[in-house]
Design a protein around this ligand. Structure first.
Ligand code: HEC
Length: 98
C-alpha cells in the first residue's frame, strides 16, 4: 500500500513538471515536421500555419485532446505519444517565431 502511494506521488510529481521545450522540438522533428514544416509554416494543404498562430489560440488541454484525436488528414496520436510528450510538443509550438 505504501509502495502504491509512492508510485502515485511520483506520477503526480511528473505531471506537475514544466513542459520540456527541447524534447518537444525533438518530437516535432520526428512526428510533425513532415506536414507542419520546419518553421510551422504548414507544408500540407489545410495544415494550420503555426508560425502565424493558427490553431494555437486555445488552452493546452484543448490542444492535447485535439492532437490525441486527430482531425481531417491529421492522424490521432493517442497511444503513440504520452500526454507529457504532447504537452512538450505544445510548449514547443508556442515558441515558433511569428
Ligand atoms: C499527415 C500530416 C500531419 C501530421 C503528421 C501531423 N499533422 Fe497536425 N494537422 C494536419 C492537418 C492537415 C491539420 C488540419 C486538420 C483540419 O483542420 O482538417 C492539422 C492540424 C493540427 C493542429 C490544429 C488542430 C485544430 O483543431 O485546429 C495541431 C495543434 C496539430 N495539427 C499539431 C500536430 C502535432 C503536434 C503533430 C505531431 C505530433 C502533428 N500535428 C502531426 C496534418 C498533420
Amino acid at each position: 500500500m505504501k509502495y502504491l502511494f509512492a508510485v502515485w506521488l511520483l506520477c503526480i510529481a511528473s505531471l506537475a513538471q514544466a513542459a520540456d521545450v527541447a524534447n518537444g522540438q525533438r518530437l516535432y522533428g520526428v512526428h510533425c515536421i513532415g506536414c507542419h514544416g520546419a518553421t510551422g509554416e504548414g507544408v500540407m494543404p489545410n495544415a494550420p500555419k503555426f508560425n502565424r498562430g493558427d490553431g494555437l489560440m486555445r488552452a493546452d488541454t484543448d490542444l492535447l485532446q485535439q492532437i490525441k484525436t486527430g482531425r481531417g488528414a491529421m492522424p490521432a496520436y493517442f497511444g503513440i505519444l504520452r500526454d507529457a510528450e504532447i504537452f512538450d510538443l505544445i510548449a514547443y509550438l508556442r515558441t515558433l517565431p511569428r
